[in-house]
Design a protein around this ligand. Structure first.
Ligand code: SF4
Length: 304
């Protein structure tokens, strides 16, 4: 049954000249059928380079598909389930961001890629968790406006030695803020020989106790390091799935087994099949918004 559906997906992909991009948090079976699996930055770069496909099926959440639609406007971008959203991306409104800008007119605006297209259109530059420090360091001045993740905002301020004006003050990812100091302490006891890596969206007290702070792309590279034999992974649970698939002789332990991003798991093989067959759900961004957001995304890509 699973083999049948995978064959059908492969056939449709060829017929329609489609490519499947999947985020590192996608379930194992989706990672396995994808043409490319990566973090937000890698997927953004990939979407900007897909010259020979007509359709991009984006297995992830809506802001990722929107970003692909903005940077590849000539492609049809499809999201297999139109309810796959990111709670954090909706935590900052356009009005709040404009208010912060009017209060701090000299501060450049950095939008985390985990945000909606209309707020990105108000940004000077976009960043991901892989390049936030580098992006913020490239800006003039001591202050910068950052939205919508409080933890990534404070982390990039620390890396760049600048002051973050974060909006909203409670923007967060419910998955990464699940991790607590006690989880790190327990992991040290349970796996004394393992290193611990956590994501920059985690709270500062957790980040401080970890051995490394990395984006998921950084975690993929870290796992390949010959000095790493066992790794405790403080991010969404399916990243450990990818790490094990690519490094079968090493051990990976999720920092918490309940760290699921529920909307990432809405994508299934059946929905990918339907999506290709019916060409639904198409994600589009109005050109006046897209053209402004494209400038902010391109600035980030030029730094990468
Ligand atoms: S893990 Fe958090 S930040 Fe990432 S898509 Fe899910 S809710 Fe959004």
């Amino acid at each position: 049954m699973i083999d049948n559906i995978i064959n059908e997906i492969e056939k449709l992909k060829e017929e329609k000249n489609a490519i499947i991009l999947a985020h590192n948090y996608q379930p194992k079976e989706i990672q396995e059928i994808a043409d490319f699996v990566g973090d937000s930055l890698e997927l953004c770069i990939k979407a900007s380079q897909v010259d020979d496909a007509d359709i991009i099926v984006f297995c992830g959440v809506n802001f990722m598909a929107e970003t692909a639609a903005i940077i590849s406007p000539e492609k049809k971008v499809l999201l297999p389930d139109n309810r796959a959203n990111c709670q954090m991306a909706d935590m900052v409104s356009l009005e709040e961001l404009k208010q912060k800008k009017s209060e701090n007119p000299d501060s450049p605006v950095v939008l985390y890629v985990n945000s909606r297209a209309e707020t990105k259109s108000e940004a000077d530059i976009v960043c991901t968790s892989a390049n936030a420090g580098k992006v913020v360091s490239s800006l003039d001045g001591d202050n910068f406006i950052f939205a919508p993740d409080y933890n990534l905002g404070t982390y990039s301020a620390k890396l760049s030695d600048k002051n973050a004006l974060i909006v909203p003050e409670d923007g967060h990812c419910y998955v990464h803020t699940m991790f607590k100091v006690e989880d790190i302490e327990k992991a040290r006891e349970d796996h004394p020989n393992a290193k611990i890596v956590v994501h920059p969206e985690c709270n500062d007290d957790v980040r401080q106790l970890a051995d490394y702070v990395e984006s998921t792309g950084g975690m993929v590279r870290l796992a390949k390091d010959p000095s790493i034999k066992e790794l405790v992974v403080g991010t969404e649970i399916d990243l450990a799935t990818r790490l094990k698939r690519e490094n079968p002789d090493k051990e990976f332990y999720p920092l918490r087994r309940d760290a699921f991003c529920l909307t990432m798991k809405l994508i299934t093989l059946e929905k990918v099949f339907e999506c290709l067959k019916e060409e639904k759900y198409e994600v589009t961004v109005d050109e006046p918004i897209a053209s402004k957001a494209r400038v902010a995304i391109q600035r980030m890509l030029d730094l990468s």
